[in-house]
Each structure stands twice: as C-alpha cells, then as structure tokens.
Design a protein around this ligand. Structure first.
Ligand SMILES: [Fe+2]
Length: 329
C-alpha cells in the first residue's frame, strides 16, 4: 500500500539546494524578526459555528448557539492578531479529500461559494482569499523531496471545501492573511493498517518550506475530536436544549486526550491520538492534528485548551500550541 502513496526519495533535491525568493511577500505587513512556525491551532470547522455567528459571507441566518466555542475562537483571533502576527495561515483540512497523494492549493485567488453538502441550509459561504503561492509550491516541493506523492493544484475553478473555509473563517474572519491549504490524503480511511506516518513527513516538509521561505506561519489543524453525531436535526438547528455529548464514552475519551494535551509535553500524544481515533471515530484520523504537531517538532509544552463543546454530539476543542520559547498574549 505504501508504494502507492510514497515514492523513493530523490536525494539530489534534498538538503540546501533549493532556493526561494523571500523578497516578495504577499502580505503588506512588515515581517517581524522571528520567522518560522509561531503557533499551531486545533481549529475545528463545524458549519454550525459559522451559521451561529451570522457573518455577512454566509447566506443562512441564525439566532446564535454554541457560544462557548465561539468565544474561544474570539480569544484565539485576538492572539493571532496581537501576538502571533503571521504572514500566512497554513491549513490541513479533512474534507478536501485526495485519493492519491497530497495536494497543495496553488491558485493565487480562490473565489466562489462553499456549500456544506449535509447542511446546505446552514452553510453557503462566499469566499475570496489570497494564496501564498510561493510557500504552497515550496511545501509541495519539499514533500516531493521527502518521498510523498504530491501535486500542486493550479486550476482556478477549484471549489474550496467547507473544512478549509470553516477553519480559516473562524480563525481570521477578516481574511487579510494569505493562506496555504493542503488536502487530506484519504488512505487512512481505506486501509485499516494505515498509520499517520505520512503526516509526520508532510509536517516535516511544511516546516522546511516555512523556514526556507522565511515565513512567519500559524498552522491550523481543521479537525473535530470524537465524531459520532445525531442523525436528526431539531426544528431549530441551534436549539441548545438538544446539544450534548453523543454519549459519556465519547466525552470521557475527549477529556482523556485534552487532559494529556493540557499536561504536556506533546510526544505522548502520538500514541494517544491513535487510541482516541479507535475509541471515538475521531476526525483526527484525517491526519491534520498529527501533521501540525509533527511540523512543530512535537514540542515539549502543554497545549492551551481554550474551549470545548459539542456540535450535533461531536466533540470540538480549540487548542493552541506555541513552540518552545514562544509566548502567549
Ligand atoms: Fe468535518
């Protein structure tokens, strides 16, 4: 199976041979002195959170709901604006599914309407954002050098999936920070023996590309936690009387994972994430969380759990990690 998704490493292209132009940045902001990955965020994307917020980009209207998670995102937005001040947001999302290999969106200005196929009455979102094409191409090149099957997406007709749009909106609704978006290779869903090993490699490729291009990057892992959910919706979708964990088993496992995150360091999470996936059908099976922590080098720090809540029974947490030596506002 692995040969389908991995190719032999081409040693001639690894190491310091590749050079990127770091003089032309898509961001108009002056770049702070310290480049690299300055934070990683577990940033779940359920469309309900955006529906509940009533932003102008989303067509359906609501009366609110899921406030505690939305308040967590508000605090995160402030940190990103005032403390991290990134050049770029790099997002890995489970609903841009690629059957073979990893794809990187290299379209300079994706525009369109993103619709959640199961909840179109909650999420019909008009998006228009800028891609950091140079960094996107650098990530694809580094991933190829490390042996991953990788493609650069250049088709301007791309319809961006709601997990990418959801996380990006919730973290930065102003859309004034350039983006790189990565697909989720689907093999963990089809091969029970598949591990998250590839995500470690994609994380390493991401880190190399960020450092080589001199970007200041915040990484977004667009994943929910426990992922069993209701199959009937209340008449009022945001009826909070109906919102609670799918069952206590799912909730306890989410707490087990979050307690380990809060305790730190991150290395024990490698195994615990896999156990949590098996116990709860966690959406982290798509690999976003593993990719992000691997890109950060599995830092020796606790994560800051900024909020937890359920959405149609699934577990969702907003969590921020800063690298060793980083600080929070
Ligand atoms: Fe999802």
């Amino acid at each position: 199976m692995s040969r389908v998704f991995r190719v032999p490493v081409a040693p001639a292209r690894s190491g310091g041979a590749r050079r990127y132009d770091t003089t032309e940045r898509p961001s108009a902001e002056p770049t702070p002195a310290r480049a690299g990955i300055v934070a990683g965020v577990l940033s779940p994307h359920p469309p309900h959170l955006i529906y509940a917020e009533n932003p102008p980009q989303n067509e359906p209207r609501s009366t609110g709901g899921w406030e505690v998670l939305r308040w967590a995102y508000e605090r995160l937005r402030k940190r990103i604006r005032e403390v991290h001040r990134p050049d770029v947001l790099i997002v890995h999302a489970p609903h841009w599914i690629t059957m073979v290999g990893h794809h990187v969106n290299c379209v300079p200005n994706p525009r369109g309407v993103s619709v959640e196929p199961i909840f179109p009455h909650l999420f019909r979102y008009s998006y228009d954002f800028r891609t950091d094409v140079e960094l996107g191409e650098a990530i694809a090149d580094e991933a190829t050098d490390l042996g991953l099957v990788t493609r650069k997406l250049h088709d301007p007709r791309v319809r961006v999936d709601y997990a990418t749009i959801g996380a990006l909106h919730l973290v930065n609704p102003a859309w004034d920070i350039p983006v790189v978006s990565l697909s989720a290779n689907n093999n963990p869903y089809f091969y029970s023996e598949a591990s998250l090993e590839e995500m470690e490699v994609l994380g390493e490729a991401t880190r190399r590309a960020v450092e080589r291009t001199g970007r200041r990057a915040v990484l977004l892992a667009s994943n929910s936690l426990s992922h069993l959910h209701w199959h009937e919706e209340p008449e009022l979708p945001e009826d909070m009387e109906r919102e609670h964990p799918y069952n206590n088993h799912q909730y306890r496992w989410d707490m087990k994972l979050l307690e380990a995150i809060r305790r730190g360091p991150t290395a024990p999470l490698r195994e615990l994430i896999t156990e949590h996936i098996e116990a709860t059908a966690s959406e982290t099976k798509a690999g976003s969380l593993t990719w992000m922590l691997a890109a950060m080098g599995w830092p020796q720090v606790p994560g800051d759990v900024m909020g937890y809540g359920t959405i149609i029974g699934t577990g969702n947490a907003v969590v921020e990690w800063t690298p060793e030596g980083g600080h929070r506002g």
